[in-house]
Design a binder for this molecule. Sequence first.
Ligand code: ACO
Length: 469
Amino acid sequence: MDPKLEALFKPRSIAVVGASRKPGKIGFEILRNIIEYGFKGKVYPVNPKAKEILGLKAYPSLSAVPEDIDMVVVSVPAQYVLDVIDEAGKKNAKVAVVITSGFKEIGRADLEEELVRRARKWGIRVLGPNIFGMIYTPARLNASFGPTDVISGSVAFITQSGALGIALMGMTIVERIGVSAIISIGNKADIDDADLLEYLADDPNTKVILIYLEGVTDGKKFLKVAQKVTLKKPIIVVKAGRTEAGAKAVASHTGSLAGNVVIYSTLFRQTGILQARNVEEAFDWARAFSYLPEYKGGKLVLVTNGGGAGVLSTDTLSENGVKLEPPPKSLVDALKPKLPGFASLGNPIDVTGMISNEGFVDAIMEALNNPEVGAVMGIYCQTAVTDPMVIASMLVRKVKAMGGLPKPLVLTLIGGEECYWAVTKLNSAKIPTYPMPERAASTIAAVINYTRMREEVKRRLSELNEVSD
Ligand code: ACO
């Protein structure tokens, strides 16, 4: 890994070139985010027309800044960017975060190549151009023009789309998904997904990496790095440009080649990368990986108070390659005396619509504590004889008393407003919960599939090693 990337995540000092005096302009908002999110290093606004911006002394040029600078955020029009890179080089900058658009994505590949050439000459790594910036919550660094109050957590999100990335930043706040990093990579002129994966693989603050991908510039490098990273932590990819029309849209968005969808999917699988069908699914999975302990094998057991929701979940699991086996006999024996005679004790275990709050929670806890069970999915349909908030409170209390979840558990609470609040409560307690059964089922399938794919990758790598020995 290039040690210069350390300056992207943990710079000691930042200069914002093009820090505007006017609220609402990109250069102003980036500077404001850096200050308001609580960055502790030195911050230098650079603007030839300003003396002071947001209470900080402004400098007419980078050369006027009295010290060396680790990170230079560039927010000036494209025609000035090359000169800024030269000045940054003289200040021993390690990384340039180039917000500016107007490069390869509009046919100016020549300007982009020159940007990289100049940066390389000075030993500067470039993030971008054509990006909204980057965030690394452990360093209280928000060098972006997205929302300010990003919630810290362990999901790292790399996005090739700027506007979508900003929008999803907002969504992580509403959905209470904590992030370690959000990185806009735009045209990927220099720093690419593979470079970031290498860094994040060893980042103790990141448990799962989510990538919105339009295309890769160096496929071999990406797969080689990803294969190593998936042995350490899950990578979830949403691949855009799946259709011919989508591929054309990709070309005019970031100038990337979308490539063949089948080839991408096959390579992702072989590498141990989880491919989500859409953004919602990707974030559902990321939330679960960031909350849950690892799946270490054993049966998946479904506990439901609604037969139909159990069937829908079974369908989704099957579509995602997860087959349900009969529940362990010891679990059936433990539950049978507590359930009505017409309860179905297959898998899903249907505890029936007449189950009480306590009965539903008890069945989930029995399943969680059974040594032959490796993962549990709880499926709750709101009934008049139960209260979702009571169920949520009981589960949160019991899981806390256990010292946290011993194995993966996902829940779905299907129903009205009370369910909405119960889902929020459970997610705040780091028990991944979804309002629809298919979302919960696809999530637990991803948790199981990650472990399976990783074992497969390990097996293939050790075979390759044996052959080459
Ligand atoms: N050094 C320092 N400061 C300078 C320089 C320079 N060489 N030249 C100009 N400035 C100052 C300006 O005076 C101005 O400050 P002021 O507002 O106080 O007068 C400030 O820097 C910005 O310069 P402007 O010429 O006003 O440029 P503007 O802010 O309009 O645009 C920008 C710059 C934002 C980089 C624009 O060129 C651009 O690329 N916009 C698109 C960014 C983008 O969308 N990124 C893509 C991903 S995100 C997404 O898709 C949503």
